[in-house]
Design a protein around this ligand. Structure first.
Ligand code: AMP
Ligand code: MG
Length: 487
């Protein structure tokens, strides 16, 4: 086989050059034996990267940060953040590096970023590494989210490093190469604000406006408009999470993006039996980031962003606060509207339908699910079948048959469209037991289950014969699910 000449990879360093105070030039650890476990070929192509080359020796070295293209400046990014409500002034990339920005097929800048690439000055005593399992977990869940149409960072590749990582046991190490609109977080603004350098804060805000919310530049108050744009994208994002039953698990301000993309898949998981109190993360002892709290937490995180932006909003602190409070007020309205519209679509109801009717029907459906511990995802597929006339599939999910029948009658009277429902209600999500099964096999060297799971969840809406087990809830003996941080 002939080896293609190394392509020129134009990795920009816009973040590193515009915001040098937030960017520490750094190198990835050497990986002794990089092996590609999974490569996202369509995404590679979208970014102008040749998948064949990425699998070559040089390509693999790029994917673990050991080959730095000419002109690129890999950096560890600085950020602060509220973690479980407590402010940490200096978090930053403790095991990650921004390699640089690539222009995608549409000319948009996308960050190419590595996770698990070794210690940095932000590591705070931790090892800077990542194990194969958690990196594959981020790969599967983020790609599933993308396929569900939910804004998210993307996963380009997981490459085993050939080095072991010490956790409770020794585990194979890996680097995740991920791609994002940017890695700007609420915590990035908190960090810049805490430096008391208003010029840095302004440059950061200008950078964010240019990359994500260019419309804000023309507003009378561009920085207030930036804040409002972030409120809008976060309200819409969290509504999408709620509609699909996603529990992020660590909604710290450093895991809340300015772009409105989902970021940092740690102890996240999807609901099965519907219950707003659901918590999966082993470290979330108080249930701060429970499923049902997510909209409130997002609003709280946005208040922290507003505080960081105050000096840019108005010279008079009282005016700045009043303006920010008013803008934050839009969160609930926007969240409510996004959720109602999404629920209306999930129930297959016509667009013109009054929001209040759709919301009430949705809330009552969820109350039925909650009372009888019904699986959230399959309940909506079963309702699709009911809209086609096959009611038993849905009816058999419930104990409270009278409640179900009464609800169904009201809903059917509105003329739900089953085909429209099947386009928005996934058959396949990365169910917790299937994710665990795939990661355990991959950690033992068998990538088959992971590939089959990825095949199901990256094409989630069209039911395919042979994939029945990917549509079914966990078997009873799977038990209560817990996910672990410190991954
Ligand atoms: P996360 O929970 O992934 O959002 O990370 C929170 C913070 O902890 C970030 O500053 C990470 O860089 C840091 N961090 C997490 N795991 C490690 C690790 N193994 N080594 C160094 N820093 C880490
Ligand atoms: Mg994080």
């Amino acid at each position: 086989m002939s080896v293609a000449p190394p392509p020129t990879i134009a990795l920009g360093n816009r973040f590193a050059s515009e915001l040098a105070e937030l960017a520490l030039p750094w190198q990835a650890d050497a990986a002794p034996d990089p092996q590609v476990l999974v490569l996202n070929e369509p995404l590679a192509t979208e970014l102008g990267l040749d998948p064949g080359w990425l699998r070559s020796d040089e390509g693999r070295r790029l994917l673990v940060g050991n080959l730095v293209p000419e002109g690129a400046t890999p950096v560890a990014q600085a950020y602060a953040g509220h973690q479980f409500g407590w402010y940490a002034p200096r978090l930053g990339d403790g095991r990650a590096l921004l390699l640089g920005e690539l222009a995608d097929a549409d000319g948009r800048l996308r960050d190419l970023h590595l996770k698990g690439s070794g210690r940095t000055p932000f590591s705070r005593g931790a090892d800077g590494l990542a194990a194969v399992g958690p990196m594959l977990r981020e790969y599967v869940v983020s790609e599933a989210m993308h396929a569900l149409g939910i804004p998210t960072t993307r996963s380009l590749a997981v490459v085993a490093t050939g080095r072991q990582v010490r956790r409770e046991t020794l585990l194979p190490g890996a680097v995740l190469a991920r791609v994002a609109g940017s890695h700007l977080r609420v915590g990035t603004f908190q960090y810049a604000r805490a430096t008391d350098d208003v010029d840095l804060l302004r440059r950061l805000a200008d950078h964010a406006i240019a990359r994500h919310h260019p419309g804000a530049a023309a507003a009378e108050r561009p920085y207030l408009a930036l804040f409002e744009a972030v409120v809008a994208v976060q309200a819409s994002l969290v509504a999408r999470w709620m509609l699909v039953g996603f529990v992020h698990g660590v909604m710290n301000t450093d895991n809340t993006t300015i772009s409105g993309e989902t970021i940092d898949y740690g102890p996240c998981a999807f609901l099965e039996a519907f219950d707003p109190a659901t918590v999966y993360s082993s470290i979330d002892e108080s249930g701060r980031y429970a499923y049902g709290n997510q909209p409130l937490v997002a609003e709280w995180n946005l208040a922290r962003l507003a505080e960081a932006l105050l000096p840019l909003i108005d010279d008079d602190p009282e005016t700045a606060v009043a303006l920010a409070v008013e803008s934050l007020g839009a969160f609930r309205r926007r969240y409510g509207a996004a959720w109602s519209a999404g629920m209306r679509a999930k129930l297959g109801l016509p667009e013109g339908l009054d929001d209040a009717v759709a919301s009430a029907l949705g809330d009552e459906w969820l109350a039925l699910l909650r009372r009888d511990h019904v699986d959230h995802t399959s309940s909506f597929r079963a309702l699709g079948a009911a809209a086609r006339g096959d009611v038993d599939l849905a009816r058999n999910l419930f104990l409270d048959l009278a409640g179900f029948d009464a609800w169904l009658e009201r809903w059917r009277a509105l003329g739900p469209d089953p085909d429209a429902m099947d386009r928005v209600n996934p058959a396949y999500i990365p169910r917790n037991h299937l994710v665990e099964e795939a990661l355990a096999a991959a950690t033992d060297g068998d990538l088959g289950p992971l590939e089959r799971l990825l095949d199901a969840v990256t094409d989630p809406f069209g039911e395919r014969p042979g994939l029945e087990r990917y549509a079914a809830p966990a078997p009873q003996d799977f038990g209560a699910y817990r996910t672990f941080c410190g991954t």
